[in-house]
Structures are given as C-alpha cells and as structure tokens.
Design a protein. Structure first.
Length: 255
C-alpha cells in the first residue's frame, strides 16, 4: 500500500434514525448530542464518495503538510478525518480540530483517546464566524462545513484561512453545491436522494432531513466557490472530485 493511503474507514456508530419518525413542527438541523451519537453512520450513508473524499484528503495533506506547522480540520465533527490523517502525515505536524459543537468535540476526544494516535490532537470548541483561529498552517481541511457558514460571513472566514496559511500551504475544501441550470439542479438532487434511498433511508427520513437542513445548509454554485477562493488570494484552485452536486477542491496559496 502506498505511504499516503490511510487505513479503510470503519464505523461502529449506532444507526442514524434521527428522522425516521414523522415529527410535528419544523426543527432546524442541529449538531447536538443526538446527532453526534450517530454522526459516523449518518455521514457515510449520506455523503457520496465519503471514503474517497477522506482518502484524497489524506493524499493531498501528506504532500502539503510541513514539519513545525499546523494542520487544521475546521468542522472536524467526530475526528474521522484527523484519525485518517494521523498515520500518513509527518509526526512533526501539529493537528488542530475545530468545531462549534461541544457534543462533536466530546465524541472526537473520546474516539481519538481510544484509538492511540501518534500525536496529541488539540481540539477547540470554537465558532468559525467569530474568531481567527488559523496560524502557521500548511494544511487546512474543511469538509462539508463552509456550507454551514452564514453567506454574509463566508468570505471573511475563507479570508482568515488564506491569511493563516503559510506560502505553499493548501485548503482542501469539500462542499455540497447548487447548479445554475434548474433542470440539472433538479436531476442532481433526485440522484442524490436516490443514493440516500439505496443507503437505507426511507422517503420520510429523506424529506424530513431536507426540511431540517433548508435554512441551515446554504450551498453555493461551483463558480461562486471558485470565485470566492480566488477573491481572497488563492492562486491555484482545482476540483479534485465530483459527484453531481458534491465537489472536493484544493486551493493553494502560492508565494
Ligand atoms: C457536515 S459536518 C462536517 C463533517 C466532517 N468534516 C467529516 O469529514 O466527516 C459539519 C461540522 O461543522 C460544524 N460547524 C458548523 N458550523 C460551524 C461553525 N460556525 N463553526 C465551527 N464549526 C461549525 C458542525 O458542528 C459539524 O460538526
């Protein structure tokens, strides 16, 4: 196996049945204790190509990470990515996991504690809307998190990432996106719900989760994400993976 390949993903999380029962009223989706408990099952059954997203993140991060610098995972949830990155990134790189959900960070700490990583991971409960957290970074990972940042503040958050990266550092960004063509948008969303059905979610679960995410997850179009990255200063921006309305990108801060 090449050096950059992390071990295969495995999850022992309980099955995600958060939206299985028809609920009264409209509740916005929250990354709370109930979500944290089933998150690893939810994400593998809800995100297309999730294991390939993690694998390519490891590949890129291993090549961009520099000893003596920091690697951040923004919106680290239960630390799945940091645990995948640990065996493939040089031990001289410090890992920082950031999430504004204390329940996610509790779960992340417990998973990392029992996995026996090669380094100590610094976990921070912090809101990306509020503070500049990035310094001396060679790699910033942001998987399916920018889409939860309020559009008005998105450019400021991405600017802070750029400012906190060292020259030749990279941002690895994964986002759910919306399409300019309403026809393609409708089709891509249908294919996505078909994928969720294939992964065992019922029509009720799919519909209720969609409603819960409506005011919380605001996707940008591919060209908006690309423009945002260039606007804050990233010189090289490339798409690395694409599945209909999901895309992974790498953006490099070149001197
Ligand atoms: C879809 S999950 C990320 C999945 C994870 N990166 C992975 O690869 O499995 C989004 C995460 O971002 C966190 N989040 C959302 N808004 C945030 C904010 N403003 N500041 C910090 N974390 C945030 C949520 O608590 C959640 O854990």
């Amino acid at each position: 196996m090449p050096d950059h390949d992390p071990p295969p993903l495995s999850s022992t999380a309980p099955r995600d049945e958060l939206f299985a029962t028809p609920a009264a009223g409209n509740n916005d989706f929250r990354f709370d204790q109930k979500t944290a408990a089933v998150f690893d099952d939810m994400v593998t059954r809800s995100v297309p190509l999730y294991d390939e997203i993690q694998r390519t993140t490891c590949e890129l991060a291993a090549d961009f990470a520099v000893d003596g610098s920091n690697l951040y995972d923004l919106g680290c949830s239960t630390a799945t990515t940091l645990m995948m990155l640990d065996p493939v990134v040089s031990p001289g790189v410090r890992f920082v996991g950031v999430d504004n959900s204390p329940d996610m960070i509790t779960k992340a700490r417990s998973k990392v504690g029992s996995a026996g990583l090669t380094r100590i991971v610094d976990f921070k409960v912090a809101d990306l809307h509020d503070e500049q957290l990035i310094e001396n970074a060679s790699v910033v990972v942001m998987i399916l998190t920018l889409q939860f940042i309020r559009p008005l503040l998105r450019e400021r958050v991405v600017q802070r990432i750029y400012d906190g990266l060292n020259d030749n550092g990279c941002l690895i960004l994964v986002e759910k996106q919306t399409m300019e063509s309403s026809l393609l948008n409708r089709l891509f969303i249908r294919y996505y719900y078909d994928l969720k059905a294939r992964h065992g979610y019922s029509a009720v679960e799919i519909a209720q989760k969609r409603e819960a995410l409506e005011n919380v997850l605001i996707p940008y179009r591919p060209e908006e994400n690309r423009a945002l990255l260039h606007q804050v200063g990233f010189r090289h921006v490339e798409e690395t993976l694409r599945w209909y309305n999901f895309a992974a990108m790498v953006a490099v801060k070149a001197s």
